[in-house]
Design a protein around this ligand. Structure first.
Ligand SMILES: Cc1ncc(COP(=O)(O)O)c(C=O)c1O
Length: 368
């Protein structure tokens, strides 16, 4: 083959290290020659999906010869009612990931900046580099929480977006309503705050945890993103959404794909919203099992970062995260190494079912 001579438009793409997804179950089963695999690597709902969503998805299958509703009319209206905003303020995406990506595509130019904590959700970095902008990364504080004071101080005339994942991934830590309000009050108008609430439902019971939708309804110019991938159990269907000022929604609607959210996802998400029993069962399982995991890990002499989400960041007290992950993988358990996030002596584990967590704990005990 002749030498490949095409260069990306943005040089930053050359520095981009692709997103490492949690290893797929089938791949691990094949590689390790194991039957039973426990995947605790991608913060999915271990209970599966709501029976109502399953039924809706199954019947939607009959209609996949047709294009979906590109305007996601029904679901947008349902979400608008839930959040008490106008349907024109809601944009749906192929996962909330797509909306994060579209915002970066839309706002910062080549010599402009996005700002986010580090480590935080790695897509902020990837989207920024993919679109030729500069990512300004502000280290988390000593408790692995967003350092909002340093973030506010790092804002320049070039900053276009500030991402705040609340709770944050991979740490599970959160910022309080007072902290967030003080932070936002300091930001100049040219900066858009994107509040990423992918794990909102797991944190909402905490007294000082801010609901981004409240802040939005109070008239702040922010974007709040949420997803159906976590507590709603629909990660594989790829559907998420954001609430934002209407003029911004209009701009995003210009640049998104016309049919960016597939039909099965739209229908299943609408049904999942109705299933309160499944949602509360999912949240309470998470809380019980997270406490149990935390206790057991601490008894092993490990440090656990207090989490408001559905995963735990475990400080391995000097042991290599890659090695611990490898040992677990040999025993059929997939967790996430954190070296790509600059935390090589930690691993992140998703809270699973009781029996999955037990398998994880006993495998870990063997390794360390
Ligand atoms: C903080 C955070 N934001 C956004 C996402 C993206 O979720 P999705 O694209 O599945 O909606 C994730 C997924 O892990 C996440 O952890």
């Amino acid at each position: 083959m002749k030498q490949f001579k095409y260069k990306p438009a943005h040089k930053t793409v050359e520095d981009l290290i692709p997103y490492q997804t949690g290893k797929p179950i089938d791949e691990v089963a094949r590689e390790m020659g194991l039957g039973k695999i426990v995947k605790l690597a991608s913060n999915e709902n271990p209970l599966g999906l709501s029976p109502l969503a399953r039924e809706a998805a199954q019947s939607a299958l009959e209609r996949v010869n047709r294009y979906p509703d590109g305007g996601t009319y029904e679901l947008r209206n349902k979400l608008a009612e839930k959040h008490q905003v106008s349907p024109e303020m809601i944009v749906l995406g192929n996962g909330s990931n797509e909306i994060l990506e579209l915002l970066v595509q839309l706002l910062p130019g080549e010599d402009e900046e996005t700002l986010y904590g580090w480590p935080a959700f790695i897509v902020y970095r990837l989207a920024t580099l993919a679109h030729g902008a500069k990512g300004v990364e502000i280290p988390l504080d000593h408790r692995l929480r967003h350092d909002l004071k340093s973030m506010a101080a790092a804002v320049t005339s070039k900053t276009r977006i500030v991402f705040v994942a609340n709770p944050n991934n991979p740490t599970g830590t959160y910022v309080t309503r007072t902290e967030l309000e003080q932070f936002m009050a300091q930001l100049p108008e040219h900066v858009l705050v994107v509040l990423d609430e992918a794990y909102y439902e797991y944190a909402e019971h905490l007294d000082d945890y801010p609901d981004g939708m409240d802040l939005f309804r109070e008239g702040r110019s922010i974007v709040v993103t949420r997803t159906f991938s976590k507590v709603y159990g629909l990660a594989g269907l790829r559907i998420g959404y954001a609430v934002m000022p209407e003029p911004l929604a209009q701009l995003l609607n210009r640049i998104r794909q016309p049919f960016n959210v597939n039909f099965i996802a739209q229908v299943a998400a609408a049904a999942a919203m109705e299933d309160e029993e499944f949602l509360s069962r999912s949240v309470s399982l998470n809380r019980i099992e997270m406490d149990r995991l935390t206790d057991a890990l601490e008894r092993m002499g490990l440090n656990v970062i207090p989490s408001a989400a559905n995963f735990l960041l475990i400080d391995l007290k000097g042991r290599s995260g890659d090695e611990v992950c490898r040992g677990l993988l040999e025993r059929g358990i997939i967790v996430r190494p954190m070296a790509p996030y600059g935390l090589p002596k930690t691993v992140r584990v998703t809270v699973g079912l009781e029996e999955e967590n037990d398998l994880f704990l006993s495998a870990l005990a063997e390794i360390i």
